[in-house]
Design a protein around this ligand. Sequence first.
Ligand SMILES: [Zn+2]
Length: 186
Amino acid sequence: MIRKVKKIFTYPVLAGLLVLGLSLNYLAVEKVDAAYNHLVGKKWSSTSVNYDIAGGFTSDQKSMIKDTTNGWNRNCPTTFNYNLLTGNDWSVENIDSLGLTILSLNSSDNIIKAVTKIDTDPAIATSFSTSSSQYDFTSIARHEWGHWIHLYDDKTHQSTMYESLSKGEKGKLQTAEDIEACNYMY
Ligand SMILES: [Zn+2]
C-alpha cells in the first residue's frame, strides 16, 4: 500500500507573509526572537480563550480536542477553555485538507475569532486508536490548536506543526521552536 500524504492545513490569508519571511539561511542562523518577528502583534488580546465543539464529532474525538489543549496551555501563555456557545468553534465539514483553522483579526491585529474545520474524510480516526490506514485525530487536533495561537505550518517533519500528515503517523510533539514562539508572541 502506498501511503498518501494529505495536506493537514491550508492558510490562504496569511501564507504570503510566511513566504516573505522565509529563507533557508535566515531560519538556520537567526535566533528565535528574530525568526518570529513576523508573527508578533497578531495574537489574542486576552490569553484566556473560550472554545466550543459543534456536532459531528464522536465522543472520543471531543475528548481529543479537549486533551490536546493541555500541552499548549501548559507551555504557552494562552489558555484554551472549553465553554459552550463562544463563537470559537470546532466543526466537521467537507474541506480540502484534514483540518483548517481560520482566524479573524480586528484592525489592531488582535485575533477576535477562531474556527477549526475538520474534514469529513472517513479515513480520519474516530477513536483514540489509529490504524495504519487512518489519520490520527490527536495529531490533527494538536496541530490546529497551534494555529489558534497563530503559529504557522513548518517544515520540520517531527513537529506537530508540520504541514502534512500520513496515515498511521502519530506522536508528533510541540517543538522547542513552537514553545519559544508562543512565549515570544504573548
Ligand atoms: Zn497547519
